[in-house]
Ligand binder design. Structure first.
Ligand SMILES: [Zn+2]
Length: 121
């Protein structure tokens, strides 16, 4: 993979990371001991019974979103780590280079299309 493509992909991943962290920080606090762990705030809407019910409903929605965003953030961080150690863009199953078009479409891909068909990421 040429340097220019790698730089483009690194920029995509860095932007994605910033976007995910921004989204998470809207409703969750970052764990000071683990930069990949966020904890959703419990919403405070009021003390009436229907307000309490809405708080619980909103909190459970936030927790689901938190888990989805955290999982994506971990994938992005792992991809950035692979760029540092030079294993980025190599299929984790067959060790062949992953098609650049595939990486452009999904910069966190860890397997080539052939292996993707055989295994699930
Ligand atoms: Zn492969």
């Amino acid at each position: 993979m040429d340097k220019k493509t790698l730089n483009t992909l690194e920029k995509m991943l860095t932007d994605e990371k910033a976007k995910l962290e921004e989204e998470l920080s809207r409703f969750a606090q970052r764990n000071p001991n683990n930069s990949e762990d966020f904890n959703a705030d419990f919403p405070q809407l009021g003390d009436k019974e229907d307000e309490n019910a809405s708080e619980v409903a909103e909190y459970s929605k936030d927790l689901t979103l938190e888990r989805t965003l955290e999982a994506s953030l971990r994938d992005v961080n792992k991809a950035l780590e692979r760029m540092k150690d030079g294993t980025y863009g190599t299929c984790k199953y067959c060790n062949k280079p992953i098609d650049e078009k595939r990486l452009m479409a999904r910069a966190t891909s860890t397997s080539c299309i052939d292996c993707k068909k055989l295994f699930t990421e």
